[in-house]
Design a protein around this ligand. Sequence first.
Ligand code: FAD
Length: 301
Amino acid sequence: MEQWIAELREAGVGRILINEPLADYTTWKIGGPADVLIIPSSRDEITSAVRLLHKHGIPWTNLGRGSNMLVSDRGIRGVVIKPGEGLDYVRFDGTLVHAGASYSFIKLSVMAGKEGLTGLEFAGGIPGTVGGAVYMNAGAHGSDVSRIFSSAEIVLDTGELVRYGAEDMEFSYRHSVLHQRRGIVLEATFRLEEGERKEIAASMASYKERRLRTQPLQLPCAGSVFRNPPGDHAARLIQEAGLKGVRAGGAEVSEQHANFIVNTGQATAEDVLTLIARIQGTVRDRFGIDLVPEVLVVGER
Ligand code: FAD
């Protein structure tokens, strides 16, 4: 066994799985193996893992719920770190809410509503973790993480622990500073406002109804594949280019929502990438617009 893996085991950084297939760790149900998958169950275990990997110069990638990721068929070389159970918590403190990295963003939205706190209604249909939502500045229905973010505790790839406020996060459309400055969110704090439970529940129900009507949630997918270009919608462009229902292998442009690519059963990452390239080419030829993927493509190609 490699020396660094032995050191990780000795340091007790959580579960360590070797050559672990990642398809079941993503909502697209696609992806080859990680050389090493670490599932730490506390902030100390994550921090120790990151420090050891930094010391040995081993590359690592971070995974949340895998709901915005396309993992390549060959999988990910080096290490994948997926925060586990001990970071799956929420704590309310007045209008502040503290949530661990692996806590479900949907559950957070529901819990906040039950507490009579408003601000997180938009998150009721975003099936990722708190860590992934902060990284992506996830958003919907005219709001996003940046509107409610207060601070986050982060371990940088050097192993240094920092607390970033909103001013450090450089949030913009589906973007945060973490796209450039690598680190793992351990806990995020959001600032909400007191609201009417009934009103909160009513907007969440109407958002949910809209999603169930417009999104192909019965098939594995990763939400919107492309970012919306300024002033337009990727779904409109793809639909008007006549691409709904187009297939590559087991991947298909959803008939229900043109900006979703669904896995109809045995889709590979290559199938999805083929469709992405075809959509980009057709929309460029037809409208002169370059669609940029919102999903993150990771792993060896
Ligand atoms: P992952 O996909 O696992 O990772 C995404 C990125 O975040 C990666 O770069 C990863 O390294 C990083 N990351 C994950 N955890 C951490 C952490 N603890 N610290 C630092 N970085 C981390 N998104 C929207 O914004 N709005 C929507 O309305 C929406 N609807 C969706 C609907 C469906 C049906 C699906 C499947 C997806 C949808 N998404 C939507 C996409 C996705 O759910 C969000 O982008 C989500 O925030 C990703 O969270 P995750 O935990 O799955 O992250």
